[in-house]
Design a protein around this ligand. Structure first.
Ligand code: 26A
Length: 345
């Protein structure tokens, strides 16, 4: 980082969650009807998972929540605090204190709405080898209301930002807030970035996702999420990822002066950058199994690395290379955490 960035230029909204992470045997997932590398919302039958992980599997507690992860990683790479502002809802408890402290330490300017009567959300992270399965109990995160964005100081923060990033996950909580931020971005001609987040978002939240899509300048996703979107849209089942990317960028867009871009990751296979009819590939450095601690947060870190360069006006090429660097780094650390100073040049 050489030149100083304006504070608060990047605004994100999401679910602040504390990750409860442990390595478990496959039969643990099977017992709860969960799949490897999936992300779901907890139902009543999943509630015992959190206690089981803590009592029987020496679970680790780590700051999580997809957007907050991305912003922490972006801040780590930018190296100048308070470039990123985060909104989400937590409870009044110890877990909220941990999240607040981790955000602050990373340099994220978090402004949480606080629910008086609901605990901070948690996410069970079930590690099986190089896979991870997520089960989120949103709790307080689900209590987020648009009132929080309407508080004068937060309204000011949103108006003053130059870049906006919201996860598809947040569609499960508060679509009106997403539409509000998207409309502000549009009115000010500033980039609005979104993530497909998980297959279940396209399966069950397609209506609000399509409502916001015309505002989306850059859409992120991995191969499973892109295929889930394609299936939910009724696109041909044999569509390959490139074809799905081209269809994603061709969906209706409000600001036609800035054509949509899709960035699709596929694990250790190359990242695809889709613009108009062109598809570019960006290779990923393959880690050995021994180097992998866990893949939790890899997608979020990719976005974080991307954002760290995007807000500095760097080319998409540099943004994606930094995304790959950040994802590679956090895979070598527990959850979406980093160690040492960033080494991206
Ligand atoms: C609405 N859901 C299901 C979620 C999440 C989520 N963040 C927001 N909303 N489900 C899992 N996560 C977070 O994703 C990160 C890994 O990509 C987890 O907290 C984890 O840190």
């Amino acid at each position: 980082m050489t030149s100083k960035l304006q504070e608060g230029i990047l605004v994100g909204c999401g679910n602040p969650l504390l990750d409860i992470s442990a390595t478990v045997p496959m039969h643990f997932l099977e017992r709860y009807g969960m799949k490897e590398d999936d992300a779901i919302l907890a139902e009543e039958r999943h509630m015992p998972i959190y206690r089981e992980l803590a009592e029987d599997y020496q679970a680790e507690y780590l700051a999580g929540g997809s957007v907050q992860n991305s912003l922490r990683i972006a801040q780590w790479i930018i190296g100048q605090p308070n470039v990123a502002v985060f909104f989400g809802c937590v409870g009044k408890d110890k877990f909220a204190d941990i999240l607040r402290e981790k955000a602050r330490a990373a340099g994220v300017d978090a402004h949480y709405q606080v629910s008086e009567d609901t605990p901070t959300g948690t996410c069970a992270v079930l590690i099986t080898g190089t896979h991870r399965s997520l089960c989120a109990n949103l709790a307080a995160a689900n209590k987020f209301t648009i009132d929080h964005l309407e508080e004068p100081e937060n309204r000011h923060r949103i108006e003053n930002a130059l870049y906006y990033y919201i996860s598809g996950f947040f569609l499960t909580v508060n679509p009106p807030s997403i539409m509000r931020v998207a409309a502000t971005a549009h009115a000010k001609q500033r980039p609005f970035l979104m993530n497909l987040s998980a297959p279940f978002i396209s399966q069950y939240f397609m209506t609000p996702l399509l409502d916001v899509m015309p505002y989306v300048d850059i859409i992120f996703g991995n191969e499973a999420e892109a295929h889930a979107f394609a299936t939910a849209q009724g696109w041909p089942a044999d569509n390959d990822l490139r074809e799905i990317g081209k269809r994603l960028v061709a969906l209706n867009k409000l600001n036609t002066g800035r054509p949509r871009i899709a960035i699709l990751t596929q694990g250790c296979d190359p990242v695809l950058l889709i613009q108009h009819d062109s598809v570019q590939e960006f290779p990923v450095t393959r880690l050995t199994v021994d180097e992998i601690v866990d893949t939790n947060g890899a997608g979020d870190a990719f976005v974080g690395g991307f954002l760290s360069q995007f807000v500095q006006g760097k080319s998409l090429d540099v943004c994606i290379r930094c995304g790959n660097y950040a994802a590679g780094h956090i895979i070598k650390n527990p959850g979406c955490t980093y160690s040492g100073s960033p080494e991206f040049v």
